[in-house]
Design a protein around this ligand. Sequence first.
Ligand SMILES: Cc1cc2nc3c(=O)[nH]c(=O)nc-3n(C[C@H](O)[C@H](O)[C@H](O)COP(=O)(O)OP(=O)(O)OC[C@H]3O[C@@H](n4cnc5c(N)ncnc54)[C@H](O)[C@@H]3O)c2cc1C
Length: 410
Amino acid sequence: MTTVVIGAGIIGTAIAHDLQRRGQQVLLLDRDAPGRGASFGNMASIAVTEFMPASRPSVWKQIPGWMLDPEGPVRIRPSYMPRLLPWFLRFIAASRPSKLRALEAEGAALCARSLDDTLALLRETGLENQISDEGCLSLYTDEAEFKADRDHIEILDRFGFPHEVIGRQAIKALEPELSDKIGMAVRFPQNRSMRDPYQLVVKLAERFTALGGRIDTGEVTGFTRADSIREVVLKDGRRIAADAVVICAGAFSGRLSAMLGEPIPLETERGYHTQIMAPGISMKHSIIWPARAFMVTPTAGGIRVGGTVEMAGLDAAPDYRRAKITVRRAREALPALRCEDFTEWMGHRPALPDTVPILSASAKTKGVFYATGHGHLGLTYAATTARLMGDLITGAKPQLDLHPYRVNRF
Ligand SMILES: Cc1cc2nc3c(=O)[nH]c(=O)nc-3n(C[C@H](O)[C@H](O)[C@H](O)COP(=O)(O)OP(=O)(O)OC[C@H]3O[C@@H](n4cnc5c(N)ncnc54)[C@H](O)[C@@H]3O)c2cc1C
């Protein structure tokens, strides 16, 4: 029985590792080397407190204003708007109050497990040193800014995610480089970050091959199937026999599901980072500043500044002005931050209009499974996804009811 896992990002690599560990014969297939997609350059955070649906009113009501601001946290390229419309209508449909409550619970159910599952995966693979001990600080200049983020904190209270409100002195004691402008913060102790998210994928892929798993390079361009999946067809003409196929090609998964006659409304929320190797400061915690919409994480041997959402599809060239905006904003919080010896990067977050991922068997073809649409939380959800998909694919009972994450919910 050969299972072909398509996409060697953090999601596909974690699933391949889990299946191989359970005794399956697994081939992990990617058109590139493992970890070169979105999983390469994310902000490295196990962001368990960030499961809120993007379609909540406090977010989407700001979209018209952001549209007029070229430096706003969300940018939609005008030429891409017509193509985005069907996705955007589904996004608005996901903003009904009853729907929002359900989506919050579905995200919280995954996040409630994610740190434990991540730590278990790291222990099992001897990669415990890949995660930091410190959490994340959410920053606010004053009480008014804090109040504007109240819905976030209220949701965390409702689902019991630990957090602690701290004042200026405590902030300074934790992160002396932060500006005096920052009057309040919320500390999220569980939001620990990876030392290097790309290296995490590389090392996990090594652990997978050490268990007997195989990795191959090739771009998937089609499938053959009858009632069930038969073969994966590659661009170079090869055909790989498969008893099961797991589609986890990140933002590109929609192209593959369409080849299987099962379209999913997957968009890309493009995000940027600047990896600064000579920042002139050091930090222990990651920080987010909700009102300025950026994040800073000490990772990959330096300091990474990132964030923003750009809707421009899978094929448009990067616009690195987005990265420069976040560095400028980060300097408001970290006045001594220098931007020397740096690289800029753009990655494709796989985004579904209702924010929660697809963790599902195909509704159309036996032997096909999907694990995609993890949006802003693919690193956070990876270990949990691997465990749940491992159960689903091997016929064990997943520890969570996967009905809300089904592929045909749209
Ligand atoms: C700026 C930014 C910051 C982020 N910060 C965080 C964070 O702090 N915490 C967090 O949890 N998440 C974060 N994310 C989100 C996270 O990075 C993604 O959700 C996650 O990496 C998605 O993983 P993936 O394995 O699904 O996709 P990817 O890592 O993109 O992997 C998909 C793989 O599929 C391959 N592929 C595609 N098409 C084909 C094909 N036809 N044939 C063969 N192979 C194919 C690609 O080459 C790629 O390697 C961030 C994302 C960005 C962009």
